[in-house]
Structure formats: C-alpha cells, structure tokens
Design a protein around this ligand. Structure first.
Ligand SMILES: Cc1cc2nc3c(=O)[nH]c(=O)nc-3n(C[C@H](O)[C@H](O)[C@H](O)COP(=O)(O)O)c2cc1C
Ligand SMILES: [Fe+2]
Ligand SMILES: [Fe+2]
Length: 418
C-alpha cells in the first residue's frame, strides 16, 4: 500500500526507510536503518526530486503511482547520482518514456557510467542559476560540487522557498511517521546520527560545504529537504549552526575523547587512569572507546564534536595496532583538523606506536600536541605515575586554556543559511 505525506501544498514525500540494511555503503552500521527521501511536485508539470535505493523500489513506485493518480511524470531532477538515490531511473524511463531527466553535465556522465542505457533525448542539462518553471512553482538549480560528490546539485523551489539539499543536512536513522525534525526529539534521537553521517560521509569536504553555504546565504529558506533523515521547517538556524561548526572543523564542545587499542589491557589501564584523573579534576562527559569494539564511524563522530583527543596504542609488528592505524588514517583522510591531541604509546621490544601515531596526526592540519607522548614498556610502573600526572595536568590546563566559546548554540530566527 502506498505511504506518502504532503510536506507542502502539492509536494509529496514519496520516499521510504530501509530498516533491514546492515551497513550504509556496506561500511557504516545502521542500528536504526536509514531513510531515502524523494519528493513529487504536482503542478502544471510534475517533477520528482531524486529517486531512492533499490531496496525500497517497490514501495517508492507505488507511492509515485498513487500521487500521480494517472498523470504522467514530466521531470526527474537528479540532485545526486549516487546509487542510493538513482536505482529507479531506468524503471521510470520505462514507465514514462517522455520523462526529462534534469541534471548537469557530470550527472549524465555518471548516469551513463553506472547504467547501460543511454537516452540523450531525455536529458535536460542545467547549470548554475538555471530555472525550470513547473507552473505555479519554479525550481532553481545551484551546483554544490563535492557535497559530497562532484555532480551534486541543490534545487530551490522559489515560491515556497524550499531547498532540496541532496545529502547535505542528511542523517542516518529511519523516519517513524514524523518526517519533520520539529516533530521529533531531534537532539535525543537524531543529532548524534546526523553528526556521524556528516563527519563520515561529508566531513572531508568542509571547504566545499562552506562554499555552498555562502553561495546560498542570500536566499530566504523556509524548508531544508535532505535526501536522508528528517526535513527542516522550523529552527533552521539550529542545524545550520551545526553545519557551520562541522564544516569549519570547529568543535561543538570542550571535552575529551580517549581512544585506545589494547590486547592485554595495559594501554587500556593507562587510558582508564587518565580518564579517572581528569574526572577527579571535574572534567565531565568524558568519552572513551576501544577501537576493537566500537565502529570507527562513532569515534570519528565524537572526534568531530569534542576539542581534545587522547590516542593510546601498543606497537604491533613494528607498526601500529591495525584498528588504531585504520582509525587515524580515516580521520586524516576525512580532513579532521583543529584539535588538541595527546598520545600514549606501548611496546615490549621495538617501539613504533608513538612514532607512527605522530606521523599520521602530524599530517592533519592545525593539530596541537599536548605535553610529551606518554610511553610504557609493556605495563605501567609506579615510578611513571608522576609523569602520567603531568600529562593529565597538561590536558586539563589545555581544556581550560581556550576562552573561545566552543558550545554550539542554535539561537536565532534568521532563515539565511549563514
Ligand atoms: C602480533 C603482535 C605483534 C607485536 N609486535 C610488536 C612490535 O613490533 N614491537 C613491540 O615492541 N611490541 C610488539 N608487540 C607487543 C605489544 O606491543 C606489547 O606487548 C604491548 O605492551 C601490549 O600492550 P597491551 O597490554 O595494551 O595490549 C606485538 C604483540 C603482538 C601480539
Ligand atoms: Fe551520497
Ligand atoms: Fe545519499
């Protein structure tokens, strides 16, 4: 049975949720599933804003058929050519042979790379600022290259000031009837997943996100409609402020995330002592993760949120323990920057952990190391406790040093993007 919702007059959400998918991009765990949003505009012309993932095609096609109610589909706007939004293009062409697919040059290049069909007669190539009149409504297109793919384009519905923002402002997690963020306990249910989505999927492209936010700053925006997760129609400055922090690599909160690898528990022991000593000094909301236990995407999300990171790892085959190596490599490749970092190393016969952690972290921008790396040889010895206390003191001092306001605030009523 069709399942749709009207998000504005004659604009229908026709997407769906996949709760069964284990991992997004076969990589990121989805404990609450993921939603694929698609919207159908009924006007003198009909326009579909993106399609959905293959997993929910049947529901999606039924939704469209219901909303069209016998009408034909005139336009399909492809904001993003990643397969989680494009699985149904060929089927739509089969059903609506006169369908015009709206995209930019890169959209069609990718379309023909991914799929075996080529239908140039059905392509409508648009560029920055072009408008597509639908009747009462008009769509205007804004290129958003590398948010997070090169062909990404936002569509702005001029009459009701609705921004279709592709994967930007997207979020992991399913939609549960309440498709608007203001209908949900967003902070309780979605914020962490929104940050995990941003940091891991879009995080590398902060400068490109900044470019598009600045470009759209002069637009009045009443609604932000992403391809995943809830839709924004109230308190837009709240989520825009988050995007400001995330895309400029500004932590949202002063605080410490401790991340370690440990086989026999000795590195873990040092990390526990650091955390306990910081807590005794009054530091709150400390996060601690074992890289062998927690999926890196959660650790990366917290690294995006907090200002101070402590990494601890044993040496492994003259290098780094794999989980730590992989995590740090991923953080560097996602362009994480502007953080304060302390290191804990461990070895039994040939030391490499601190050297290798330092090398990867030094490749990241605007990193400030706190104190000297703290190293143990197999296990912590009592005579090292004063040195450990020094490191804790240095972390604590660094936490208190910054007077800059790090706590993100979503106050304000402006609907401008920045
Ligand atoms: C497969 C394997 C490879 C290791 N390679 C090294 C190494 O190259 N150099 C070294 O000093 N220690 C090496 N170690 C030893 C650990 O780094 C060392 O015992 C460390 O203290 C373990 O810390 P943990 O108690 O936190 O697990 C290796 C251990 C294992 C199991
Ligand atoms: Fe995407
Ligand atoms: Fe997506």
């Amino acid at each position: 049975m069709y399942y749709v919702q009207e998000i504005a007059s004659d604009i229908f959400w026709v997407g769906g949720t996949d709760k069964r998918l284990e991992r997004f991009e076969n990589m990121f765990p989805l404990p609450q599933g993921v939603a694929f949003n698609s919207h159908l505009i009924l006007d003198e012309k009909t326009a579909l804003m993106d399609t959905v993932d293959a997993a929910i095609s049947a529901q999606f096609l039924e939704n469209i058929e219901h909303v069209l109610n016998g009408r034909s589909l005139d336009y399909l706007v492809v904001g993003h050519m990643e397969p989680d939004h494009c699985a149904n293009i060929e089927e739509l062409l089969r059903r609506y042979p006169d369908l015009k697919i709206v995209g930019n040059k890169k959209t069609f290049q990718f379309l023909e790379q991914f799929y075996t069909f080529s239908k140039p007669d059905n392509y409508l190539i648009v560029k920055e600022g072009d408008e597509l009149p639908l009747g009462r409504r008009t769509l205007r297109f804004f290129m958003a290259p590398f948010v997070h793919w090169p062909e990404v384009m936002f569509s702005y519905e001029v009459t009701e000031k609705i921004l279709f923002s592709a994967d930007a402002f997207g979020c992991f997690g399913s939609l549960s009837g309440n498709i608007f963020a203001d209908q949900t306990d967003f902070e309780g249910v979605y914020l962490d997943e929104s940050r995990r989505y941003y940091s891991n999927i879009v995080g590398k492209y902060g400068p490109q996100v900044q470019t598009v936010l600045k470009k759209l700053a002069k637009l009045e925006i009443e609604m932000i409609v992403p391809l995943h997760g809830p839709i924004w129609r109230e308190n837009l400055p709240y989520i825009i402020d988050k995007y400001q922090h995330w895309s400029t690599y500004q932590p949202e909160k002063k605080g410490v995330v401790l991340v370690y690898a440990s086989m026999y528990g000795n590195t873990e022991n040092v990390m526990n002592l650091i955390a306990g000593k910081l807590a005794a000094k009054g530091v709150q909301d400390i996060r601690m993760y074992d890289v062998s236990k927690t999926h890196p995407s959660y650790i990366i999300a917290d690294a995006w949120k907090f200002s101070h990171l402590v990494f601890g790892s044993p040496t492994y085959n003259l290098g780094l323990y794999h989980g730590m190596q992989a995590l740090l490599h991923e953080m560097a490749s996602l362009n994480l920057q502007n953080r304060k970092v302390a290191l804990v190393g461990n070895y039994t016969w040939a030391n490499a952990a601190v050297r290798d952690m330092t090398e990867i972290i030094e490749s990241m921008k605007k990193i400030e190391f706190i104190g000297e790396p703290f190293e143990i040889q197999s296990a912590l010895k009592a005579e090292q406790l004063p040195e450990l206390d020094q490191l804790v003191e240095a972390i604590y001092a660094s936490l208190n040093a910054d007077s800059a306001e790090l706590v993100a605030e979503g106050a304000g009523t402006s609907t401008k993007l920045i």
